[in-house]
Design a protein. Structure first.
Length: 277
């Protein structure tokens, strides 16, 4: 797979398929969680949209990372929840309905939150005026195209053909898991000349980010006196990020494959970290 094909076609396609699959899988019951359990939803979103990005920012400032890897760490931390969290929540015997609701809401809000954190990471580490020739408005527009439109289309398809979601759920998950793995490997191989050097730095940072955010999820839910299943769910949501979206923002929208190394490294470790906890 050529680097140009990976950046311009493959990564955006994987993201849009993932968001389409998320939309197709949703039902009215998933949205009811917002009103049935508002405290759990609020604490979950607080973790995903604030605590996790702030942790990424703090680690980026403290760790001896190159500017590109530091910017990538903030961007993966600011990415919304990944659909893989719904699977790991089930395996960990968490609250699957809450997990789906949090994943959906964080991805719906990503067109606001992700561009803002991306802009901050470029301002702090990359000299945005010279290193990356893309505006905040361009990032917002492209994230909307990548997330909101496919989710909306998926919701419409589910409403038009109610049996479509259950039939496509399993094959979509398996297919997307394979495509995401290919995207991660492709992103790393595209920088094969310095892969081991960058991966050593990015891998350590990725593990630290994942472990810290999972612990923050547990601590915050304990402070809010939420039950154990809810703690497991929110901690898991905090640890699992939308890696394909972060890779698309870094490699495709920003056009910098070095920044994409940290999200790719995170994609390799996040599942293992969450299941280990």
């Amino acid at each position: 797979m050529s680097a140009s094909f990976l950046v311009t076609v493959f990564l955006p396609t994987v993201v849009m398929l993932g968001m389409l699959g998320l939309g197709i899988s949703l039902t009215i019951e998933d949205f009811k969680q917002i009103f049935v359990r508002p405290k759990a939803v609020l604490v979950g979103l607080l973790n995903q949209l604030l605590f996790v990005p702030l942790t990424g920012l703090l680690l980026a400032l403290l760790l001896p990372l190159s500017p590109e890897l530091a910017a990538g760490l903030i961007i993966i931390a600011a990415a919304p929840g990944g659909v893989a969290s719904n699977v790991t929540t089930f395996l960990l015997e968490g609250d699957s309905a809450l997990s789906i609701s949090l994943t959906t809401l964080s991805n719906l809000l990503a067109f606001i939150t992700l561009p803002l954190w991306t802009g901050l990471s470029l301002y702090l580490f990359m000299d945005a005026n010279k290193s990356v020739s893309v505006s905040l408005v361009q990032i917002i527009i492209q994230v909307v195209v990548l997330t909101l439109i496919p989710i909306g289309l998926g919701l419409w398809l589910r409403a038009r053909w109610p049996d479509l979601g259950p039939k496509l759920k399993r094959p979509l998950r398996l297919g997307l898991a394979l495509l995401v793995l290919v995207a991660i490997i492709g992103s790393l191989v595209s920088e094969s000349e310095n892969l081991l050097y960058y991966l050593a730095q990015a891998g350590i940072a990725a593990v630290m980010l994942c472990v810290t955010t999972i612990l923050l999820g547990f601590v915050s839910t304990w402070l809010f006196k939420l039950d154990l299943r809810t703690r497991i769910t929110i901690a898991n949501e905090a640890g699992i990020q939308n890696v394909p979206l972060a890779l698309t923002v870094t490699a495709s929208i920003l056009g910098n494959r070095l920044i994409a190394i940290t999200p790719a490294a995170y994609g390799l470790v996040q599942i293992f970290c969450c299941l280990w906890f």
